[in-house]
Design a protein around this ligand. Sequence first.
Ligand code: HEC
Length: 110
Amino acid sequence: MKQLLIFFICSIIIISCNKNEKEDIAEKKEKQKLSANSGKDIYIKNCKLCHGVDGKLGISSAADLSISVLTIDEKINVITNGRKGMAPWKGQLSPEQIKLVAEYVQTLHQ
Ligand code: HEC
């Protein structure tokens, strides 16, 4: 009887350890997904076409982002609502993604 009890306790410990491991993996995957959706990735995917990798390209008279004097909030506004040659992104990107990409654009400043 005592042996059976020990067996049960060991099983429970093993099962609960396994569960933690699985949760850890799920957590890691979630983090990877988030970083795959970083500002840089969003920029390369959606903005590089007109603005170039470094923000200087200026296709279809796109503004040179490396010398932009806009604040982060003004950038978020332009990206969200568009301006002249630039279409609004609010349908394509979530507010969080727009904030991430605006923060990335800040890093292109010289
Ligand atoms: C179809 C080409 C095109 C794409 C794609 C594009 N832009 Fe633009 N962008 C422009 C043009 C053109 C302007 C200048 C608008 C104007 O003259 O008012 C501009 C202006 C801007 C400005 C304002 C800069 C300043 O200092 O005035 C920011 C910030 C910006 N774009 C960020 C982005 C981001 C971030 C993305 C990707 C989500 C993006 N753009 C995608 C064409 C584009």
